[in-house]
Design a protein around this ligand. Structure first.
Ligand SMILES: Nc1ncnc2c1ncn2[C@@H]1O[C@H](COP(=O)(O)OP(=O)(O)OP(=O)(O)O)[C@@H](O)[C@H]1O
Ligand SMILES: C[C@H](N)[C@H](N)CCCCCC(=O)O
Ligand SMILES: [Mg+2]
Length: 251
């Protein structure tokens, strides 16, 4: 089964783009027809040649899906803020019809699509419409990307509980940027998160100094996605959720 997943994070800057790109490339390498999407990108400057590159360009470069950039990233805003706030500053509103039309088009071009949100799950896109509403409108389960450092238990549990409270299915958690020599918090948080949330930590991606976002170089993260079994665990969790069971311990 080819998955479509909405990738959210416990915060901005936690590694959603790095994880989404590596997962998309890994799933494509495993033979899955996957597209990528960054529906709303904020914090990118408009130049005389168009928009400066952002997450969408990294996702496109790493995954090589070959889709037009205006489908991968239909809405861009200059201010490095939540979409609703950035749109208001620009004197506009996020065009949700355009976002959903692009998503539907990508779904016709691929068997599955990985969608990267902006910031965390409660971030507003319009007044009274946030990332969780978008995930629901797309009818997608979530993957949560979290930091390895102290504080991540609380941020991850809050994200998971909020998502589930508004009716979203959470497939699991990927921790991004695990240091080569993890401290006590980094070593113990994954198990604590699993215990607290009842959700699986599907992988702890190592910190990779070879990642070069501007050059579209994912370092070793694609190989890690496959070799660590993380890509396969994501596939398994998606299949389980699609068959109506969200808890692998109780299939
Ligand atoms: N595994 C990793 N190894 C090394 N650096 C990482 C790793 N994961 C993330 N980073 C670093 O953290 C930065 C932020 O990650 P990323 O851009 O994926 O965050 P994000 O959650 O997508 O943020 P945004 O909300 O802006 O979309 C990256 O530019 C990268 O330098
Ligand atoms: C600009 C940044 N990199 C993201 N694209 C947007 C993050 C919005 C976070 C809003 C918030 O939670 O305060
Ligand atoms: Mg990102």
């Amino acid at each position: 089964m080819t998955p479509s997943i909405f990738i959210t994070g416990t915060d901005t800057g936690v590694g959603k783009t790095i994880v989404t790109a590596a997962l998309a490339r890994a799933l494509r390498d495993l033979g899955r027809d996957i597209g990528v999407m960054k529906p709303i990108q904020t914090g990118v400057a408009r130049t005389s040649e168009g928009w400066e590159p952002g997450d969408a360009e990294y996702l496109a470069a790493v995954s090589s899906t070959g889709d037009p950039m205006d489908l991968i990233c239909p809405v861009r805003l200059e201010a490095p803020l939540a979409p609703s706030v950035a749109a208001e500053l620009a004197g506009t509103a996020v065009d949700l019809d355009r976002v959903l039309a692009s998503y539907r088009k990508l779904r016709t071009r691929h068997a599955g699509v990985l969608i990267e949100g902006a910031g965390g799950i409660t971030v507003p896109i319009q007044k009274d419409y946030g990332m969780a509403d978008l995930a629901r409108a797309m009818d997608l389960p979530l993957l949560i990307v979290a930091r390895p450092a102290l504080g991540t238990i609380n941020h991850t549990a809050l994200t998971a509980h909020y998502a589930q409270a508004v009716g979203l299915t959470v497939l699991g958690i990927v921790i991004a940027g695990m240091p080569a020599e993890p401290g006590l918090a980094e070593r113990t948080s994954p198990a604590a998160i699993e215990q607290l949330t009842g959700l699986p930590v599907l992988g702890c991606m190592p910190f990779d100094s070879n990642i070069d976002v501007e050059r579209g170089d994912p370092g070793e993260t694609v190989e890690w996605m496959i070799a660590s079994g993380t890509a396969q665990r994501v596939l398994d969790r998606f299949s389980l959720a699609a068959s109506g069971h969200s808890n692998p311990e109780n299939p």
